[in-house]
Design a binder for this molecule. Structure first.
Ligand SMILES: [Zn+2]
Length: 121
């Protein structure tokens, strides 16, 4: 029996993959991408000397860094594209809802008031 869990990034509940029983992040593209970023950050925190060591060995370290980030970007371009597309649609929908709520509120408040005051029901 699969047990429902709460995604530690978006907070939604999900059924973990049966082959990855310690999964803590849901399978949405957004959360998986965020998880990758977090993992990288954690790894870097755990290995602070790795980069320092490399730096002292390699005089063209900056160039290496640049190249690596280019490589990374190239590799993830397709992924980022998917991510952005998914995100853009969601953002568009969010803004649409937000503006509708905003206009509704403005209409209820009347036109004399400005700012956040006067929102107490
Ligand atoms: Zn999630």
């Amino acid at each position: 029996m699969a047990e429902e869990r709460t995604c530690k990034i978006c907070g939604k509940s999900f059924i973990p993959n049966k082959y990855r029983s310690n999964q803590t992040v849901c399978s949405s593209l957004e959360c998986q991408y965020q998880r990758q970023l977090d993992n990288m950050k954690k790894w870097r925190n755990r290995n602070p000397n790795y980069f320092k060591y490399k730096e002292s060995q390699d005089t063209s370290w900056k160039e290496t860094c640049r190249q690596r980030s280019l490589d990374w970007r190239k590799k993830h371009q397709e992924y980022l594209k998917l991510y952005r597309e998914e995100h853009r649609d969601r953002h568009r929908q969010y803004m649409k809802d937000y503006m509708r709520e905003y206009r509704k509120k403005r209409a209820q408040e009347g036109h004399g008031k400005t700012g956040a005051e006067g929102t107490v029901a």
